[in-house]
Design a protein around this ligand. Sequence first.
Ligand SMILES: Cc1cc2nc3c(=O)[nH]c(=O)nc-3n(C[C@H](O)[C@H](O)[C@H](O)COP(=O)(O)OP(=O)(O)OC[C@H]3O[C@@H](n4cnc5c(N)ncnc54)[C@H](O)[C@@H]3O)c2cc1C
Length: 500
Amino acid sequence: MIKNVLVFGAGSAGLMAALALKRMLPQLDVDVVRSPDIGVIGVGESTTPQFSAFLFEYLGISRKRFYALAKPTWKTGIHFLWGPRENFEYPFEVQLDAQYGDLSRVNGYYCEEEFDSVNLNTALMAQGKAFAAGPDGLPQIAGFGALHLFNPYLVKALETIAIERGIRFTDAKITAVNVGDEGVRSLVLMDGRQMTADLYIDASGFKSELLGKALQTPFVSYGDSLFCDRAIVGSWDRTNEFIYPYTVAETMDAGWCWQIDHEHSVNRGYVYSSRFLTDDEARAEFLRKNPKATPWEHAIKFRSGRLSHSWVKNVIGIGNACGFVEPLEATALMVTASQIQTMCTMLAHAQLQPSPAMIGLFNQIFSESWDHIRDFLAVHYRFNTRLQNPFWTTCCNETGVSSVQPLIDFYTENGPSGLCRHLLNSTFGGKTQFGIEGFLTMLVGMKVPYTNRAPILPNELAVFRERCNANREIAKRGLSVAEALKWVKHPGWTWNGDPK
Ligand SMILES: Cc1cc2nc3c(=O)[nH]c(=O)nc-3n(C[C@H](O)[C@H](O)[C@H](O)COP(=O)(O)OP(=O)(O)OC[C@H]3O[C@@H](n4cnc5c(N)ncnc54)[C@H](O)[C@@H]3O)c2cc1C
């Protein structure tokens, strides 16, 4: 029976795991060991609504407290500068696979030329607004929403709350790992001390000290689908720039660049392929397009892929230690949260004695999750025709889309019919993070052509455009990020559902 758990690493993944174990399985002793000299990766700033639900619901962190500690801004979706359109919006809710009762087809068919303001959320994005205004002028903040988070603030906030909740930290570098039949036997600290536990959480980031190095778990590369393997990150202090309520994903010469707006700074990162661009060339392009940015000294190197198993014997990998796909859709913290919730549920169901079948199921779920994200991202690259240059031509010709090929074939024949959801469901057992909506938004957004085209009736198109206009009018009266921040910082502001 597992009685104590040792979390190796205190980046966002290790801290999230420690907080969840302590809250969901309070009978466990939870220790964290981390090296302040090595520090944390320092990127991981754009999130999805699932991550906020994990913080505020699953971990029970008060939003008032979290906002004071981590100073987040809001992310209503992704603003793509991608494909032949000037731009398009990817929100966190259904827009294209929905249908107005008086129209004959789903929304996707009416978005051939104009593709914006299909619902209130995308209308708000198009107007640069974070929230609609209520009758009292207050921001209408529904649900938890997704956040932009400055990674060092997020890590500090989680650490502060972990200490308050009685989680013990040891600051030390692990220099060796003893292994045995049970998996990991002990961790050896730089001063020679050893730490042991019944269960080890490998949250050591890309180093993957336990699962990867000590237990030699094979790596499954996504290099056939995702060619980017480097990032140059830089930021500048905000002066009078507008705070965008979304992450921007901008096509670049050999990859793409994010823009993430924090309250007091603007963060940009160029994700590129070292096969097509040297670090110096990437830095030059990054600076040409972002002259105010101060880039980090070194490019971050990464590989997209996952370990073949994320739970091996007495070690569970969480976060970058067991898998990572490049950050275009900002999926890492979402998957991390999902891994941790599944782990805690499984440990609880197994009464802290997990069986091989339970461990096998964990591995299956997260192998499929990562593979699915790879396929979704691959579609972004396969059909982005914005630039014709060696990188993008290679992406359009060679990006492997593996298990979503049937869905693409259906789309290129029939267009944005949501019926292709059945192809997606059969592939992924009905459990996908993005759902058919994500695929439709990217395929319509990138104007991927299809053959069976029935003309859109002009009167139907007029009705549809009228609805979009109505969304636009409501959105214009909405609140920008800066305006909404003023409200939530007001001492009298209360968050619905916050623990007292
Ligand atoms: C370019 C890029 C952009 C990204 N953008 C996003 C994004 O927008 N959204 C998102 O969700 N994710 C993003 N990610 C992923 C992001 O890095 C993770 O979500 C995240 O921050 C989790 O990191 P981690 O805790 O796994 O690792 P880390 O932050 O690297 O933490 C590792 C921990 O292990 C400790 N450690 C390592 N070795 C030792 C040792 N020998 N002894 C003791 N301690 C040790 C370190 O000190 C540290 O505490 C991005 C990643 C990259 C590369």
